[in-house]
Design a binder for this molecule. Structure first.
Ligand code: NAD
Ligand code: DAU
Length: 352
């Protein structure tokens, strides 16, 4: 048996592939275009491991996807590949429409052609697992109940609209063609190998470099944080026991404001890498808010717990300590991903 993973060189995808091969010997084929966010170094511990193969390619390339399915005969396709950064979707939405919508459509069509030719047991066992986000549900008020799987879709950014579109395509391919799909909608992940354009890794690398820690707006936006290997274990649980056609929300039961997150990161750095100039909190800088900035996300993760027995293993206290320790131990990884393209993005995004 084999699984095909798209986007496996990105943050969550690479943590998923590493975690999968720790937990099982079932081979993984990773398909990834290696955009600015994809980094083969994330998978370097698998060099020479016969259970893993890597293919550089685009999920919008239907012929390539069909060839990989025919060659490797996977029992599941786990789809992470996406443009994933909200700020980039605001300044350049085109890539999001292409990869997140057209790419998912291309995978669905290739998977449908492959699956429809499978025989009895293999056909019944095949799964198309679509990895999505809580952002499709929109923004919550302070007193609203967390997002359940039945929540209406109200995406507010080009990114979340493109992910919502991909979720609808996945649903339609199940209802219309019977493709055995699973969809998971997850809250904000954090952990090792997180590209330093997102809040937590950006704050760690900026603090260590003595640079400002840019807080959008009033810093009171709330996110529900999940340690990345908990996301990986949730996907394994859904793949193993999820009901075909169903949606499972995945979250950390851990709502925090952005300001509290940044204070926590600063306190850990003050403890683990004290700076003679004083607490890293001195670097906190309020900047212009993100346009259309969603106020609050929170996940009701009771369905996955009730039906599949999954709960996160990490608390925020344990997960954020491991994360900060990982960045302190891996300065070379950080400096290698801070390429010219990364520096151009940071200069453009934070210049005002
Ligand atoms: P990421 O940006 O770190 O990685 C995305 C990966 O996809 C990269 O390796 C990139 O090279 C690859 N990719 C992009 N376009 C491609 C294309 N056209 N063809 C092939 N590969 C392509 O993203 P991430 O944070 O790891 O997110 C992975 C998935 O999880 C996404 O679908 C995202 O929407 C979803 N998600 C992310 C979070 C989060 O907090 N990061 C939370 C919930 C859901
Ligand atoms: O909720 C799941 C989503 O979480 C995923 O679908 C996305 O792929 C992922 O990028 C993430 O989206 P967010 O927009 O919530 O994550 P980000 O790290 O960009 O921002 C987290 C919060 O921090 C958000 O309220 C904006 C704020 N922020 C972010 C950056 C980069 C700042 O205040 N300053 C910053 O410099």
């Amino acid at each position: 048996m084999t699984i095909l993973v798209t986007g496996g060189a990105g943050f969550i995808g690479s943590n998923f592939v590493l975690d999968w091969l720790k937990a099982s010997d079932e081979p993984v084929v990773t398909l990834d275009a290696l955009t600015y966010a994809g980094n083969l170094e994330n998978l370097s511990s698998l060099d020479g491991d016969a259970r893993h193969s890597f293919v550089k390619g685009d999920i919008c390339d239907g012929a390539l996807v069909a060839k990989l399915l025919a060659e490797h005969r996977p029992r599941a396709l786990v789809h992470f590949a996406a443009e994933s950064h909200v700020d980039r979707s605001i300044s350049g939405p085109g890539a999001f429409m292409r990869t997140n919508i057209e790419g998912t459509y291309t995978l669905l069509e290739a998977a449908r052609a492959y699956w429809s030719e499978l025989d009895g047991a293999a056909k019944a066992a095949f799964r198309f697992h679509h990895v999505s986000t809580d952002e499709v549900y929109g923004s919550l008020g302070a007193d609203d109940t967390p997002f359940a799987e039945t929540k209406t879709y109200e995406p507010n950014s080009p990114y979340s609209a493109s992910k919502a579109a991909s979720d609808h395509l996945v649903r339609a391919w199940h209802h219309t063609y019977g493709l055995p799909v699973l969809t998971t909608n997850c809250s904000n992940n954090y952990g090792p190998l997180h590209f330093p354009e997102k809040l937590i890794p950006l704050m760690i690398v900026n603090a260590l470099a003595g640079k400002p820690l840019p807080i959008y707006g009033d810093g009171q936006n709330v996110r529900d944080w999940l340690y990345v290997t908990d996301h990986a274990s949730a996907i394994r649980a859904v793949l193993a026991g999820g009901q075909v056609g169903e949606v499972y929300n995945i979250g950390g039961w851990n709502e925090m404001t952005n300001l509290d997150i940044v204070h926590t990161v600063c306190s850990l750095l003050d403890e683990l890498r004290p700076d003679a100039a004083g607490s890293y909190k001195r670097l906190i800088t309020y900047v212009k808010d993100r346009p259309g900035h969603d106020r609050r996300y929170a996940i009701d993760a009771r369905k996955i717990e009730r039906e599949l027995g999954w709960r996160p293993a990490e608390t925020f206290a344990t997960g954020i300590r491991k994360t900060v320790q990982w960045y302190l131990a891996n300065p070379d990884w950080v400096s290698r991903v801070q390429s010219g393209a990364y520096r151009d993005w940071v200069a453009q995004q934070y210049s005002a």
